[in-house]
Design a protein around this ligand. Sequence first.
Ligand code: IVH
Length: 716
Amino acid sequence: MFNAQQVRALQQDSIKWLSSAEGEINAENIEQLRTVLRFHEQRYHVANDPIISDGEYDIIYKKLQKFEEVNPELVTPDSPTQRVGKGLIKNFPKVQHLVPMLSLDNSYNAADLIDFDRKVKELSKQENIEYCIEPKFDGASISLVYENDHLLTGITRGDGEVGDDITPNIKQIRSLPLSAAFSKYGIETIEFRGEVLMNKNKFAAYNKGLMEEGLVPLANPRNAAAGTLRMKDPSIVNKRNLEAFLYHVSYVGKLTTDDGRQTTEGRLLSPHSPLATGHFPLPTTHSGMLEMLWQLGFKSPKKEMKVVHGIDDVIKYVNEFEEGRDALPYEIDGMVIKVNDLNMQDKLGMTSHHPRWAIAFKFKARQASSKLLAVEFQVGRTGAVTPVAKIAAAQVGGVTVTSISVHNEDYIKEKDLKIGDHILIERSGDVIPQIVKSLPELRNGEEKEIDFPKNCPVCNDGLVRPDGEVVWRCVNINCEAQVAERIIHFVSKDAMDIKSFGEANVRKFYALKLISDVPSIYDLKVEMLGNMEGFGAKSVTNLIEAIDASKKQPLHRLIYGLGIRYVGETTAKTLAQNITDIFELAAKTEDELKQMDDVGVKVADSIAAFFKNEDNVQMLKRLQEAGLQMKGLPKEKKEGGLTGQTFLFTGTLNKLKRNDAEAMAEALGGKILSGVSSKLNYLIVGEDAGSKLEKAKKIATINIISEDEFIKLAAP
Ligand code: IVH
């Protein structure tokens, strides 16, 4: 896209724009400023290799935005500021594709591919065919038209002939340039196809957000991408961080034909000589087309594709790729094998359904059908009652699934689930399995409604569903289910870290009444465990020693282990730093709690409510008697370059491990917060940062910096 010299020049320009005042922008240099922004968009969204931080990009972007506000006559349709749509889309107009969007023939094994190759060889009368192999992206397909170097329309597949014009939403996809120099190739109009995706990280974060809001999580990233493209509000699309891979050029209308006539028509998928002097020659191969799109700033599978000769190498590559499937940041459901020579593609032509020059190779399915047999209700540590469906064993993506969470009462209603229903399930990537849908058309009348219990399935106390929440809760804190879950949390790795006291052992001990609550762990004696099945003398001593050793764990681990709602590890550390012992925490009022960094209203209320319960205070007294470490961390503040500053890391860091980075900040006197608030001084942004970054952008006093900038800041 840009050569080394251009990259250097653009980076220099970036530095200039970063430091210059807005007043220095004028009609002459504004396009240079836009080029700088487009360059960084390409580096970030297409090449996945940004060379300035998000914060720096934002500074330059805002300068352009401000200037354009004052000088509206200088705004161009392809200015980076013009992605953001104004207002809502009323309806999506129907538009005809220039060339119908066909489907692909499918293959599932080597024999199918050999058969495909045989047909290609027969029809083309050639041996040893050159194939281009690329991923089969699992998203929502789109068709784009660029005219005179500008994005004209973005259209959904629709019925293949006519789709919906979703251009305002397409513009929100930052890996798609709003303009591109097709005219360099003599192209006036071009139509090409691709797939819009939501990457796996973004999808996981999106689903988590939905669940936190009590909404229904989506079954897969494809549904998330397709649903997002149909939003009526482009500003929501903007926030979802979609991306698009382009993989097929369906139409090229040239400025001039080879013999020099003016024309606006002409499908071009065959080799062409350079059109006119000064024009780059059009590629004669499919891989060349993907390369051309990449050069023009689009995301095509240039890096993922492979050109091979003969079907044996095709089979090798598709198998190799399937093995690495889970490591990809996005979902694919197979590979597409295409005859690489465009001239040969033209000769082979199409059936009414699919091209004869391409075939999809489908990977192992990640969807399977099953039957919903029963629903069980599990009670968690906080008393939340979660319905879990027991289903007929189904193989999905290499694992056997027999139970699947159905989240909450609203989810069950929304998915229209009944016991006895046929269901479609999906397990994509490392995402936990989800029900895609029930199949009501297969019902025989014997299906039963799923009744959500009114009483706790374990202690039988009445369940409560607080206003505005989707979750039913058992509020009896002595409920056995909650007690067992609380003990499991207390001994877990991030809390008291009692080695060899895993979940299964806790449940066993609890069922045998060897332990009855958290403090009773410390009453366990070697003699009590002597006769336990599967527990040799060595395991018993190890466990007792581990329990004993946990008494010395620092206070923040104990606080975290108590399982107070909304008190995560970071908040637990903050609390421990602000008290001399745990009973001081118990005595603090909500207002005093809120004075601490990182403690907001919700957290303060929850802590105060925890200690208002006399049972909890008694529990702490018993833990104190057992000899646990109840003292806070030394009060004296560490002095260093970052004293008094607060930090929060978000997204994936490339150079440092999250824990090490936090330790670096703390070693220099900095403090780590757990959420974005006005108390935060620095947000350090790694890859795929999500809602924290969005939130921080709204608070002017927060410095948003990259990992490299943080390293510089922490340097001696
Ligand atoms: S080529 C005329 N290449 O899969 C040929 N399609 O099941 C056009 N798809 O309709 C299709 N990745 O939506 C092609 N690398 C790829 C693809 C791809 C995903 C989708 C596309 C197509 C569907 C067929």
